[in-house]
Design a protein around this ligand. Structure first.
Ligand code: ACO
Length: 453
């Protein structure tokens, strides 16, 4: 099969959010810390009515219905998540309920976990399956979904929740490029979840930022080398070969700093940097070492300044969901892709390339590129992919704003009832948007029952 990639996609986020300005006040931090310092406007969250299984059920059924896919046409289904409510039974097996009516049980794949990276691993596996001798001609379905919640304190404002489903097949409108995929993996304790009884991670915030930036440098270096070898980077800048650069986004400010770092990487590799143009103001950085600069203020502000305009065109459009929902962990990068597509038209992206950077603490990271097909026809696959994202902003804007006090009691309730059995959830079902799956009951044997709004 040729041109294997993303055929269709769907983004889901819950119907409620807290305003970050109100959260700053509620948390007693200085005004601007979350909004300007971290670059976040709103944070999505869910009540006890939604769990990892409902998120996956909701996003998959919406994708299938919107695109009129026959459930028989799915031959592989894989979920990437770090929201674990069962140490054995995968969310994928819960999704098999959706296939019961049509009798399709012949579907490979189970769940994949490593922090925010599981969705990318699921995507790579699915692309590989379609390109392999195991492929039976049907689609693969990749689901990336998470509930990102932190203990009260400085990380809580970087939570969020969301799910993305992607249909993978041949002759796709968004094609995975071969030969450039680059990976950096390493053993670190920057963010992990050793406490099985708690939903919260153990986080070393500063170390996690350093690890993210180091992984970015490593992946970009390898990606650049491979892009040169593949003949797709003929100039002096890797940034120039892509119209969009999309990042895993814990919060938007880190992404802006990361974009600036890529410019710094290009600059250090460039034998003859243009100090009059793109690299003006960077003269003093000629001999720096990347690993000495993770938290260097003067380097950071010089490269942020030099990369400001490129950031605004290549990356900022992809931060819509991140800014409005927060970190969706495995779904964050693909929410970025959805946001990027939302801001484009068929005319503007046909034939263009995007580079994606995926990061999951612990750590696993990859950089890869996708290319939009050249098909500009109005009834074509690219047109339908673009139009399927056209409601993202309206859906974000039509959510309910909930005061921080209510968000806080919701978090306390989650702490008290996490893993409780039997349990009957109390969250208001009427706030859920039509088509949302929700939890009705956990019985004394921890079996969960669901219904659809
Ligand atoms: N106005 C404007 N900016 C402000 C204000 C203000 N009133 N107050 C603070 N700031 C700025 C700070 O200067 C800082 O900017 P800088 O990053 O450019 O230095 C920024 O706001 C954040 O302030 P800090 O004091 O650094 O924040 P803190 O240390 O309390 O927490 C952190 C930030 C570490 C990101 C925390 O939220 C966290 O641990 N989050 C979870 C971990 C995470 O997301 N890691 C990223 C990669 S791993 C992953 O994806 C999970």
């Amino acid at each position: 099969p040729q041109n294997v990639g993303i055929v269709a996609m769907e983004l889901y986020f819950p119907s409620q959010y807290v305003e970050q300005t109100q959260l700053e006040e509620f948390d007693g931090v200085s005004a601007g810390k979350y909004t300007i310092g971290l670059g976040q406007s709103r944070m999505g969250f869910c009540s006890d009515r939604e769990d990892i299984n409902t998120l996956c059920l909701t996003v998959v059924q919406r994708l299938i219905e919107k695109n009129n896919i026959d459930y028989q046409m799915i031959g592989r289904l894989e979920v990437g998540t770090e929201t674990i409510i069962d140490k054995s039974k995968s969310a994928k097996t819960v999704l098999m309920q959706l296939f019961e009516d049509c009798g399709n049980t012949d579907i490979e794949g189970v769940d994949t976990t490593n922090a925010c990276y599981g969705g990318t691993s699921a995507l790579f596996n699915s692309i590989n399956w379609v390109e392999s001798s195991s492929w039976d001609g049907r689609y693969a379905l990749v689901v990336a979904a998470d509930i990102a919640v932190y203990a009260s304190g400085n990380a809580r404002c970087t939570g969020g929740v969301g799910a993305v489903a992607m249909l993978i097949g041949a002759d796709a409108p968004l094609i995975m490029e071969r030969g450039v995929r680059s990976t950096h993996m390493q053993h670190v304790y920057d963010f992990y979840k050793p406490d099985m009884a708690s939903e919260y991670p153990t986080v070393d915030g500063k170390l996690s930022i350093q690890c993210y930036l180091h992984a970015l440098d490593m992946c970009y270096e390898k990606f650049t080398t491979k892009a040169i070898a593949a003949g797709i980077r003929d100039g002096n800048s890797t940034l120039d070969i892509a119209n969009g650069i999309i990042f895993h986004s814990p919060y938007c400010k880190l992404v802006q700093k990361s974009f600036a770092r890529l410019l710094l990487n290009d600059f250090l590799r460039d034998k003859n940097p243009d100090f009059q143009g793109r690299y003006s103001g960077l003269e003093a950085l000629r001999d720096i070492k990347l690993e000495d600069t993770y938290f260097d203020r003067s380097v950071e502000s010089a490269v942020m300044n030099a990369s400001k305009e490129l950031f605004a065109t290549k990356t900022k459009p992809s931060l819509l969901a991140s800014n409005q929902v927060g970190n969706m962990y495995t779904a964050s990068l693909y929410g970025g892709l959805a946001s990027y597509i939302y801001n484009e038209t068929v005319e503007s992206i046909a034939g263009k390339r995007v580079i994606l950077f995926s990061y999951g603490s612990g750590l696993a990271s990859s950089m890869f590129s996708l290319r939009f097909s050249e098909d500009k026809s109005s009834g074509g696959a690219l047109a339908s992919l673009v139009s399927s994202m056209s409601d993202v902003k309206d859906r974000l804007d039509s959510r309910h704003c909930v005061p921080p006090q209510e968000f806080d009691s919701n978090m306390k309730l989650r702490e008290q009832t996490h893993h409780l059995a039997p349990y009957v959830p109390v969250g208001n079902v009427s706030v859920l948007t039509p088509g949302t799956w929700y939890l009705t009951e956990v019985d004394s044997m921890h079996r969960r029952k669901y219904s659809r709004q």
